[in-house]
Design a protein around this ligand. Structure first.
Ligand code: CO
Length: 134
């Protein structure tokens, strides 16, 4: 069902500093920072030849990554994003198998303008999983 690894997301406290690490220290190509108010984060994408790294900084007091950064004070890997051909079919199959979808269970528009869903980490080896329509 899952296809390509679309990105690995890393939550950070300071997206400017994190961008500099990837751009200057590691020599990667990075996008400019974009505020995503609907998701409570500011994002930068690091573009690698075979996948992307999504840097996430909290945006606002209700940011969904605030709690993660309270537990992981240096930041850390927050989620993996896999591509699926049909996000509604994938969701229905996973829910029928007992997996939990976060939020109201309906896809939202993600950072790439495509529908995304998040799956409960307890059902996926302790890792928050994002599905993105390919
Ligand atoms: Co993501």
């Amino acid at each position: 069902m899952i296809g390509r690894l679309n990105h690995i997301a890393i939550a950070v406290r300071d997206i400017g500093a994190a961008t500099a690490v990837y751009r200057d220290t590691l020599g990667a190509k990075v996008t400019s920072a974009v505020e995503q108010p609907a998701h409570g984060v500011t994002t930068v994408f690091v573009e690698l030849p075979n996948t992307k790294i999504e840097l996430l900084e909290p945006l606002g007091d209700d940011s969904p990554i605030n709690k993660f950064l309270e537990r992981n004070t240096d930041g850390g890997i927050h989620h993996l994003c896999y591509e699926v051909e049909d996000i509604l079919a994938a969701r229905d199959k996973l829910v029928a198998g007992g997996a939990r979808v976060l939020g109201d269970g309906e896809p939202k528009t993600g950072a790439h303008g495509k529908p995304v869903l998040f799956l409960h980490p307890k059902d996926f080896c302790g890792t928050l999983v994002e599905l993105e329509q390919a």
